[in-house]
Ligand binder design. Structure first.
Ligand code: PMP
Ligand code: GLN
Length: 396
């Protein structure tokens, strides 16, 4: 073993990573590769079209009015009231804006605050993998132990029997994501009722990540936990305005939870960020007055999913069912046996298209050959991406 030669080396050696297995996020890696190779970025989940001019104008108006100091810790009251109205309209559920809604710096921070509030060292947290990349690190940073349950293509059905077997006396939290990133799966009413029954009588808290609540296709209804009062009683639900209003860079969202759970989340929230961007909160409160600003979103993205699928027809990339979110999975096994990371890297270089390898959402090996494409892009980009992939496929 090399011995430290001076004090700096001794200090460097004493730094012990709390996340030793974690590397730079796959979204940052693939976006950088896209830039480097001058490739189309269909990897990271963000729209390549702008958010509403009205909303941008409202933000600047509130800034110019001088609303530039700290907002109240749980969020601007009018915004919380408007969110409660939206929840009543969408899910026929009454939640108290004062005590059940907390504005967060994107859903990511809501998730981190929720996990920090409830997970103690040694607690087990069940997640369904592929899983959005922030869940496991948030659990580990709080001393918890992620317990993944693997979902398999093509349907990524929830294995409720396996869930029952995975629950132990140490299970503190269960995280679901509906609609699901990256699988595009939406949960059914029957899924929700089974989940409700499994959790009944346990002390398990449910964290339901519903950032794609409006991106549900083919006439299906989003099965929010807010529709199931017995489930909601033990739940925290996270949302993101970035997904709903095409401004992922604004990093603003909210979490909804019954009063007793919200009180604990706020204890963590106030020491993570304290409060969230003031003028944007005022602007969103005004913008949300009109329900039309979110009502057409399912159709808007369903059209984009169909556009991508049409352009990808006869490409050799096999699409999997996608009922929601803005992600479409493709099976590439017709072209290669190589692992998905190697394949995605090759696609950037050879086809000029960046995608996300699905194994990046798993802690262990994922035995499927799948890449994820984000279809939150204008039609021209979708067509160009599909053409480049087809050209590459035909040259194989
Ligand atoms: N959950 C899921 C499933 C996501 O896809 C994302 C990111 N887009 C987030 C949470 C984080 O949302 P935000 O950007 O609002 O932090
Ligand atoms: N949620 C986005 C995705 O799944 C990325 C967010 C991020 O870059 N951290 O692609």
């Amino acid at each position: 073993m090399d011995m430290p030669t001076n004090q700096n080396d001794a200090f460097a050696d004493s730094i012990k990573s709390k996340l030793p297995g974690v590397q730079t996020s796959i979204f940052a890696v693939m976006s950088a590769l896209a830039l480097e190779n001058n490739a189309l970025n269909l990897a990271q989940g963000f729209p390549n079209f702008d958010c509403s001019d009205k909303l941008k104008l409202l933000v600047s108006q509130y800034m110019n009015m001088g609303l530039n100091q700290y907002a109240p810790m749980p969020g601007v009251p009018l915004l919380r009231q408007r969110i409660a109205e939206k929840i009543r309209r969408c899910y026929h559920t009454i939640v108290g804006p004062e005590v059940e809604i907390t504005i967060t710096t994107g859903a990511t921070q809501g998730i981190f605050a929720a996990v920090s509030a409830f997970v103690s060292p040694g607690d087990e947290v069940i997640i369904f993998e592929p899983a959005y990349d922030c869940y496991a690190p948030s659990i580990v940073l709080n001393g918890g132990i992620p317990k993944p349950i693997t979902l398999h293509p093509p349907g990524f059905e929830m294995d409720w029997d396996l869930l029952k077997k995975t629950i132990s006396p140490k299970t503190r939290l269960l995280i679901i994501n509906n609609p699901h990133n990256p699988c595009g799966k939406v949960m059914s009413a029957s899924d929700m009722l089974q989940l409700q029954e499994i959790l009944m009588g346990t002390k398990i808290i449910l964290l339901s990540d519903e950032v794609y609540e409006h991106l549900v296709f083919d006439n299906a209804q989003h099965q929010s936990v807010l529709l199931y009062p017995d489930l909601y009683n033990r739940s925290i639900i996270t949302f993101s305005f970035g997904k709903t209003f095409h401004n992922t860079g604004w990093k603003i969202g909210y979490c909804v939870a019954p009063k007793n759970l919200s009180a604990e989340i706020r204890k963590a929230h106030q020491f993570i960020v304290f409060s969230v961007n003031t003028p944007i909160q005022h602007a969103l409160a005004e913008y949300l007055k009109d329900p039309k600003v979110y009502q057409g979103l399912g159709n808007f993205y369903e059209f984009k999913r169909n556009t991508l699928l049409n352009h990808m027809e006869n490409s050799g990339f096999r699409p999997l069912p996608c009922g929601g979110s803005y992600f479409q999975l493709f099976d590439y096994s017709a072209f290669s046996n190589e692992n998905d990371l190697a394949f995605a890297r090759r696609l950037v270089e050879e086809a000029g298209v960046a995608t996300i390898p699905v194994s990046a959402f798993c802690t262990d090996e994922y035995p499927h050959q799948l890449i994820r494409i984000c279809f939150a892009k204008n039609d021209e980009t979708l067509q160009q991406g599909a053409n480049q992939l087809k050209q590459w496929a035909y040259s194989m």
